[in-house]
Design a protein around this ligand. Structure first.
Ligand SMILES: *[C@@H]1O[C@H](CO)[C@@H](O)[C@H](O)[C@H]1NC(C)=O
Ligand SMILES: *[C@@H]1O[C@H](CO)[C@@H](O)[C@H](O)[C@H]1NC(C)=O
Ligand SMILES: *[C@@H]1O[C@H](CO)[C@@H](O)[C@H](O)[C@H]1NC(C)=O
Ligand SMILES: *[C@@H]1O[C@H](CO)[C@@H](O)[C@H](O)[C@H]1NC(C)=O
Ligand SMILES: *[C@@H]1O[C@H](CO)[C@@H](O)[C@H](O)[C@H]1NC(C)=O
Ligand SMILES: *[C@@H]1O[C@H](CO)[C@@H](O)[C@H](O)[C@H]1NC(C)=O
Length: 738
C-alpha cells in the first residue's frame, strides 16, 4: 500500500512539472508569474496553466460557462481578468480555491443572475467588477462571502430595484458603483449594514426622488453621485447623511431646491448642480462647511430674487460658479462679478417677460419638441410626462408615444375608462395614486405591454374585473394599498404572469380563501398589513410558491396560520405583529423552517409560547421580534445561532430559576435584546442579563452542572407554563409597566 502511495506521489509530481509548461496558445511570463491568453476564441479556461500563476488574463474569449472548481489547479491567483468573454453563467463554486484572489474582473459579459454560491471561496477579494452585464436583480446576501471586498462595480447593468440589506456582509466595503442602471425604487434598508462605505455612485438611473431614508443609513459616506436622475425637486431635509462632503446633483431636472434641503447633512463641502433648470436658488443656511456650489448650465436669473443667495454666499465665503442667463444686461456674466444693488426686479410681468426672452427655457417648446397635453409637462430627455395635482377630471390624451413614465397622481378620475392610455407602448411606470378612483373598467390599461409599475394606492377601489389587466404581461409591481377591498380581487391576476410584488395593505380584506392567489406563480412579496383578516384557509397561499415576504401584521388572526404556510418553500420573511394571537403552539413555523430568516411576532398580546413553538427554526433565522408581549418565559433559543437582531423588550419576564436557560443564553449572545424582569417584585425593571438572582440557582456553576440544571429547568418549564400564564401574573406585569 505504501509503495503504491509513493508511486501516486511521484506521478503527481511529474504531472506538476509537465503542467508548469505554458498552454500553447497563451503567453507565459515565468518571472512575473503571469499568463495572458488574449482574444484566442477559448471556450474554456486552459487546463495546463502553471500552478504558480498569479495573474491570469483571459480577456476577449468565448467562455460562456465557468464550471464549478475551474480554478482549483491554480490556487495562487491574485488577479483574474475575464472581461468580454461572453460569460453568461457562473456556476456555484466556480471560483472555489481562489482564497488569494484580490481582483476579479467580469465586466462586459452576459451575466444576468449571480448566485451567492457563485462567489464562494473568494475570501481575500478586494475588487469585484461586474460592470456592463445584464444583472436585473441582486438577492440580499449575494455578496455576503466577501469579507475583504472594498470596491464593487455594478455599473451598466439592468437593476431596477434594490431590496433591503442587499449589500449585507461587506464589512470593509469602501465604494459601490451603481451608475447607469435603471434604478427606480430603493428600499429603505437597502444600504443597511455599510458603515465603511465612503463613496456611492447612483448617477444615470431612473430615480424620481432622493431616496432620503435609504441614504440616511450611510453614516460614513462622504461622496455621493446621484446626477442624471429625473428628480425635479429637493425638499426640506431631503438628505440626511452625517458624513457627506461631496454631493453631485448635476444633469437632473431640478426646478426647485428647498433652503433646508441639506440641513441634515451638516458636513457638506461641495454641491454640484450643473445642468439643471434652476432659475433661482435660496440661501442654504446652517451649512457651516459649505465652500463650493456649481450652478453652471442653469437658467439662473440674476434679478432681485437671487440677491439673498448672493449675499449669503459672499458672507459665508462660498465660491459659486454660475453665469447669469438673464436679464439681458447681465447675460453671460458671473454672478460673483455683479453688484447686489444692480440686481433688480421690474414691475408686474417682468419675470414672465424675462422668462419668455430666454432661449434655453425648459417650458418653451423647442422646434421638434414632442407634443404634450395641456396642463402637463413632458420631458423628452427622460421620456417622462407629468400631470400630477392638476385637478383634472379625465385622463388627458396625446402624450408622446415614447413616454416611459406617466405621473397622474392626485387628480380626480372617478373611473378609468377603457383605452385610457392609447399608443403608450413603452410606458413602464404609471402613477394614479390619490385620484379618488372607484372603478377600473375592463380594458383600462389595454395595450400597455411594457408596463412594469402601476400605482393605484389610496383610491376607493372595491373590486377589480378579471379583464382589467389583460395584456399587461410585464406588470411586476402593483400597488393597491389603501383602497376599499373587502376581499382579495380574485381572477384579475391570471393576466399578470410576471407579478412580483403586490401591495394590498390597509384595505378591509376579511379573509384569505382558496384560490385567492391563483395565477401568481411568480409572486415574491405580498403585503397585507392592516386588513381585517381573521382566517387564512389552508390552501389560500399555495399558488404563490415563490413567495418570499408575507406581511400579515395588523390583522385579526387569533393563531399562527401554520397550515397555510405549507408549500411556501421560499418564505424568508413573515410578519404577524399586532394580531391578537395569545398562544403559539408546537411546530407553528415548521412548514417554513428551512427558509425563514425574519420573523415578526411583536405586539400581539402573546401570553404563552409552547416550548416547542420554534421547533425547526435555527441557524437560518437572522431576526426575531418578540417585543411587547405578555408571556413570562420563552422556549429555548439555543438553536438560534446566527441572529443579527432579536428584541425581547417589554416582555414581563418572571425572573426565577426557571429563566436560567434564557439568562445563560443571553450571557453568550453578543446582541442587545432589552429583556427586563417584571417579577418578582425585588428585581422588577432590572435587566435579565444583570441580576444576580440566578447565581443561587442550581446549575449556575460548572459547565457540567450547568447542563444538568438547564435540562431540569426546561423540564420544569412545562409544568409551570400554565401557572405563569394565569391572570394574576398578567395583571402584575401590567402594573409593573405603569
Ligand atoms: C477567432 O475566430 C475568428 C472568427 O472565427 C477568427 O477570425 C480568428 O482568427 C480567430 N482567432 C484565433 C486566435 O483563432
Ligand atoms: C462608475 O461607473 C461608470 C460607468 O462605467 C463610470 O463612468 C464612472 O466613472 C464610475 N464611477 C466612479 C466614481 O468610478
Ligand atoms: C462647474 O461645472 C462645469 C460643468 O461640469 C465645469 O466645467 C466647471 O469647471 C465647474 N466649476 C467649478 C468651479 O468646479
Ligand atoms: C420604444 O422603445 C424601443 C426600445 O427602446 C425603441 O426602439 C422604440 O423606438 C420606442 N418606441 C417609441 C414609440 O418611442
Ligand atoms: C390619501 O388620500 C387622501 C384624500 O385624497 C389624502 O388626504 C391623503 O393624504 C392620502 N394619503 C396618502 C398616504 O397619500
Ligand atoms: C425593541 O423594540 C422596542 C419597541 O419597539 C424598541 O424601542 C427598541 O429599540 C428595540 N430594541 C432592540 C434591541 O431592537
Amino acid at each position: 500500500m505504501w509503495a503504491s502511495l509513493g508511486l501516486l506521489l511521484t506521478s503527481a509530481l511529474v504531472g506538476k512539472v509537465i503542467a508548469e509548461r505554458c498552454p500553447q496558445i497563451c503567453i507565459c511570463d515565468g518571472i512575473k508569474h503571469q499568463v495572458t491568453c488574449l482574444k484566442k476564441n477559448l471556450t474554456e479556461v486552459p487546463v495546463n496553466i502553471p500552478q504558480i500563476t498569479q495573474k491570469l488574463d483571459l480577456r476577449g474569449n468565448e467562455i460562456k460557462v465557468i464550471p464549478r472548481g475551474t480554478f482549483l489547479p491554480i490556487p495562487y491567483l491574485t488577479h483574474l481578468n475575464l472581461q468580454k468573454s461572453q460569460v453568461a453563467s457562473v456556476e456555484e463554486g466556480a471560483f472555489r480555491g481562489l482564497g488569494r484572489l484580490v481582483y476579479l474582473n467580469l465586466a462586459s459579459n452576459n451575466i444576468a443572475f449571480l448566485y451567492q454560491e457563485a462567489l464562494d471561496g473568494l475570501s481575500s477579494l478586494q475588487q469585484l467588477i461586474l460592470e456592463n452585464n445584464r444583472i436585473e436583480e441582486i438577492k440580499p446576501g449575494a455578496f455576503g462571502q466577501l469579507g475583504f471586498l472594498s470596491f464593487l462595480n455594478l455599473a451598466r447593468n439592468s437593476l431596477v430595484y434594490l431590496p433591503d440589506m442587499v449589500f449585507q456582509g461587506l464589512p470593509l466595503i469602501k465604494w459601490i458603483n451603481l451608475s447607469h442602471n435603471t434604478l427606480h425604487v430603493i428600499a429603505n434598508e437597502a444600504f443597511g449594514g455599510l458603515p465603511t462605505l465612503r463613496r456611492l455612485s447612483l448617477d444615470h438611473n431612473e430615480l424620481q426622488f432622493l431616496p432620503t431614508e435609504a441614504l440616511s443609513r450611510l453614516s460614513g459616506t462622504n461622496w455621493l453621485e446621484i446626477g442624471h436622475n429625473p428628480i425635479t425637486y429637493i425638499g426640506e431635509e431631503a438628505l440626511e447623511m452625517a458624513s457627506l462632503k461631496q454631493l453631485f446633483l448635476d444633469n437632473m431636472a431640478l426646478q426647485d431646491v428647498s433652503h433646508r434641503a441639506f440641513v441634515r447633512s451638516p458636513l457638506l463641502h461641495t454641491i454640484d448642480f450643473h445642468n439643471n433648470q434652476l432659475f433661482v436658488l435660496h440661501p442654504l443656511r446652517e451649512m457651516a462647511y459649505l465652500k463650493k456650489i456649481n450652478l453652471t448650465g442653469n437658467p439662473v436669473l440674476c434679478t432681485c430674487n437671487m440677491r439673498p443667495f448672493k449675499e449669503w454666499a459672499e458672507k459665508a465665503r462660498i465660491h459659486v460658479d454660475v453665469a447669469c442667463a438673464g436679464p439681458a444686461a447681465f447675460k453671460g456674466q458671473q454672478l460673483e462679478s455683479l453688484r447686489t444693488r444692480d440686481m433688480k426686479c421690474g414691475g408686474h410681468g417682468y419675470e414672465e417677460e424675462l422668462l419668455a426672452s430666454l432661449p434655453t427655457l425648459p417650458r418653451e417648446p423647442e422646434e421638434d419638441a414632442p407634443k404634450c397635453p395641456a396642463g402637463c409637462t413632458c420631458s423628452s430627455d427622460f421620456h417622462h410626462a407629468n400631470c400630477e395635482s392638476r385637478q383634472m377630471q379625465s385622463i388627458p390624451k396625446g402624450f408622446p408615444s415614447n413616454t416611459q413614465l406617466l405621473d397622474l397622481h392626485h387628480n380626480e378620475f372617478h373611473s378609468i375608462p377603457k383605452g385610457s392610455f392609447p399608443g403608450l407602448k413603452n410606458l413602464t411606470s404609471l402613477h394614479l395614486q390619490n385620484c379618488k378612483t372607484a372603478a377600473l373598467q375592463p380594458g383600462a390599461f389595454q395595450n400597455l405591454k411594457n408596463l412594469v409599475y402601476l400605482y393605484l394606492s389610496n383610491n376607493s377601489i372595491t373590486s377589480i374585473d378579471p379583464d382589467v389587466f389583460q395584456g399587461n404581461i410585464q406588470l411586476a409591481y402593483l400597488y393597491l394599498d389603501s383602497n376599499r377591498f373587502t376581499q382579495m380581487p380574485k381572477g384579475a391576476f391570471s393576466f399578470l404572469p410576471n407579478l412580483l410584488s403586490l401591495h394590498l395593505q390597509h384595505n378591509s380584506i376579511g379573509q384569505l380563501s382558496d384560490k385567492d392567489l391563483e395565477g401568481m406563480e411568480k409572486l415574491r412579496w405580498l403585503y397585507l398589513t392592516g386588513n381585517h383578516i381573521t382566517h387564512v384557509s389552508p390552501k389560500a397561499l399555495r399558488d404563490a410558491k415563490m413567495l418570499e415576504k408575507l406581511h400579515l401584521d395588523e390583522n385579526f388572526l387569533q393563531e399562527v396560520p401554520t397550515r397555510s404556510l405549507r408549500e411556501l418553500p421560499n418564505l424568508i420573511e413573515l410578519k404577524l405583529s399586532k394580531n391578537p394571537i395569545k398562544y403559539i403552539g408546537g411546530g407553528a413555523f415548521l412548514p417554513v423552517a428551512r427558509s425563514l430568516q425574519h420573523l415578526y411576532l411583536d405586539s400581539m398580546g402573546l401570553e404563552q409560547v409552547s416550548f416547542r413553538a420554534f421547533t425547526g427554526l435555527g441557524p437560518k433565522i437572522k431576526s426575531l421580534y418578540l417585543e411587547k408581549n405578555k408571556m413570562h418565559n420563552l422556549p429555548s433559543l439555543r438553536s438560534f445561532t446566527a441572529l443579527e437582531v432579536i428584541n425581547l423588550s417589554d416582555i414581563p419576564f418572571y425572573c426565577n430559576c426557571q429563566l436560567l436557560p434564557l439568562r445563560k443564553w443571553l450571557d453568550r449572545l453578543n446582541l442587545r435584546v432589552g429583556a427586563t424582569c417584571s417579577s418578582p417584585a425585588d428585581v422588577r425593571g432590572q435587566k435579565v442579563k444583570l441580576i444576580s438572582t440566578f447565581q443561587t440557582c442550581p446549575g449556575w456553576g460548572t459547565k457540567k452542572a450547568k447542563r444538568t440544571s438547564s435540562t431540569k429547568a426546561r423540564a420544569g418549564k412545562r409544568s409551570n407554563r400554565k401557572r405563569w400564564s394565569g391572570n394574576v401574573q398578567i395583571k402584575r406585569s401590567k402594573k409593573s409597566k405603569a
